[in-house]
Design a binder for this molecule. Structure first.
Ligand code: SF4
Length: 78
């Protein structure tokens, strides 16, 4: 799946939510998260993010690698 990383924190622009065809982007306390089982890898959200916070999981920059699990953990804790 695609994931959302640190640039979204305290931004939550939500342009991605408008683009997602399967409505799998959800709002958390300080950022948005992509549901890893619902994302269909379409890539539509990635270019519309104004802070470039969205990455295909395998392409996530190393310094934000922890955000891959953060997107999974968010839904595990609901
Ligand atoms: Fe939604 Fe597509 Fe982005 Fe996955 S890649 S979160 S399905 S817009």
């Amino acid at each position: 799946p695609y994931i959302i990383a640190e640039p979204c924190v305290d931004v939550k622009d939500k342009a991605c939510i408008e683009e997602c065809p399967v409505d799998c982007i959800y709002e958390g306390g300080r950022m948005l998260y992509i549901h890893p089982d619902e994302c269909v890898d379409c890539g539509a959200c990635e270019p519309v993010c104004p802070v470039e916070a969205i990455f295909y999981e395998d392409d996530t920059p190393d310094q934000w690698g922890g955000y891959v699990n953060a997107n999974v953990d968010f839904f595990d804790e609901l």
